[in-house]
Design a protein around this ligand. Sequence first.
Ligand SMILES: [Zn+2]
Length: 90
Amino acid sequence: MTDEPTDIAAIICGCVFRRERPVGLVVRDPEGDWQFLCGVVDHAGDDPPDAGVVGVRQAVLHFQLPPDSTGLEPGQTACLEPSTGRWEGF
Ligand SMILES: [Zn+2]
C-alpha cells in the first residue's frame, strides 16, 4: 500500500499536450470521464485526433486549467471565453 492518491485518466488534446495551444475546453462526459481540449473548432468533437491520456491531477499541475475544473460533475463542460479570458461553465 502507498498513500499516493490514485489519479484518474483524462483525454488530452495532442496539441495541448505538446503545448501548441492552451486548454480552452474542459469536458466531463456523462460517463464521468474527463477531456482537456484546446476547444478549437478544427478538431472539436468526441474524438480529437492524436489525443493523449494524462492523469487529471497531473493535468491540473502541468497545464493551465480553470481552478474549479476538477469540480465539474458528469455531463458538465467549462470553456474559456476568449473575449473575457474567463471560464464559463454550462
Ligand atoms: Zn487541440
